[in-house]
Write a protein that binds this ligand. Sequence first.
Ligand SMILES: *[C@@H]1O[C@H](CO)[C@@H](O)[C@H](O)[C@H]1NC(C)=O
Ligand SMILES: *[C@@H]1O[C@H](CO)[C@@H](O)[C@H](O)[C@H]1NC(C)=O
Ligand SMILES: *[C@@H]1O[C@H](CO)[C@@H](O)[C@H](O)[C@H]1NC(C)=O
Length: 380
Amino acid sequence: MASKNCILIFLTLVSIFLPLTQSIHFKFPAVFNFGDSNSDTGNLVAAGIESIRPPYGEIHFQIPSGRYCDGRLIIDFLMDAMELPFLNAYLESVGVPNFRKGCNFAAAGSTILPATATSVCPFSFGIQVNQFLRFKARVLELLAKGKKFNKYIPAENYFEKGLYMFDIGQNDLAGAFYSKTFDQIVASIPNILVEFETGIKKLYDQGARNFWIHNTGPLGCLTQNVAKFGTDPSKLDELGCVSGHNQAAKLFNLQLHALTKKLQDQHSDSNITYVDIYTIKSNLIANYSRYGFEQPIMACCGYGGPPLNYDRRIVCGQTKVLDGTSATAQACNDSTEYVNWDGIHYSEAANQYISSQILTGKFSDPPFADKMPFLLNLQF
Ligand SMILES: *[C@@H]1O[C@H](CO)[C@@H](O)[C@H](O)[C@H]1NC(C)=O
Ligand SMILES: *[C@@H]1O[C@H](CO)[C@@H](O)[C@H](O)[C@H]1NC(C)=O
Ligand SMILES: *[C@@H]1O[C@H](CO)[C@@H](O)[C@H](O)[C@H]1NC(C)=O
């Protein structure tokens, strides 16, 4: 009984203080997101560069939703926790796209460095930032003409109090491994980050003040990289991931972290949060069974069967003649048992776990564990 009363008192206290904490720190009127397939909600597909077939989207949207996943991405779970609707892709032109709570510029395959003739995706970070500048200019133009953009939020709040999120860099590193040595890749990291800094500064000059920067995950654990670069077992670490890829990702993250600290020092009027996605994802892969998964590396949707169920010649959802016979890369029976969805991207179940860890606040610098606003949001 006594403990029940304690819980009641605790709940009452929480509900008294909850609105205050939220409105000060974690209520964003809008979110602007930049990145690659980890957070693309439909740009590459809307641009007509790639199409995604079923079974993509099967467990949440029922149809391919423009996301490289069987369901929701980390960004979707974060938007949910912030009580904001899913972000529309900037390039989506059909179906009354709604940008009142933000806009998503992320595009699958994109890099921080400018795209080249052989890039999968032309919308590199600099282009995404330019798309934002154009978006902002158009919104302000419409407002100046007296058009209602958003009856609830004045434009200055929308852009200046909005949250700017970033999850990009993975493709700069992963792509480089096809043509460069490890040393060359490590040597190129500062250049990649100069380009990133340039984009962040442009956004700051446009009034952005709240930045949330995800670091890059353990690339070497992606099925695709294990299949291509892990054929020699001496290249694999104790988790079965390609060591060189993970080393490069860690070195990238160290420098990205230092950059976020430098930017925070230079801009005391801003909040710059660094989120350690690497640690969350590698913990998930190492300790998968504890979190309810059965397969840490094998792809759910793919071709070839165990141990990787991945064949680079045939992508998830595709049917093709391979070596004289028809082959289909189809989904496993239960994607919630798999960390990896299609060999390159995480499953919805994994994304949900990763988001829940982000929302503890313990993997952020500065941490927000003391406030735990999202957890409270999720629970009450
Ligand atoms: C940054 O966060 C602090 C609290 O940590 C808050 O008081 C301040 O308003 C935030 N700054 C901006 C520009 O949102
Ligand atoms: C797996 O879990 C153990 C025990 O909690 C922890 O010490 C270890 O760091 C985890 N592995 C990774 C790679 O995070
Ligand atoms: C998937 O389910 C079908 C039908 O229940 C079963 O025959 C098949 O063995 C299952 N496949 C795997 C990989 O578990």
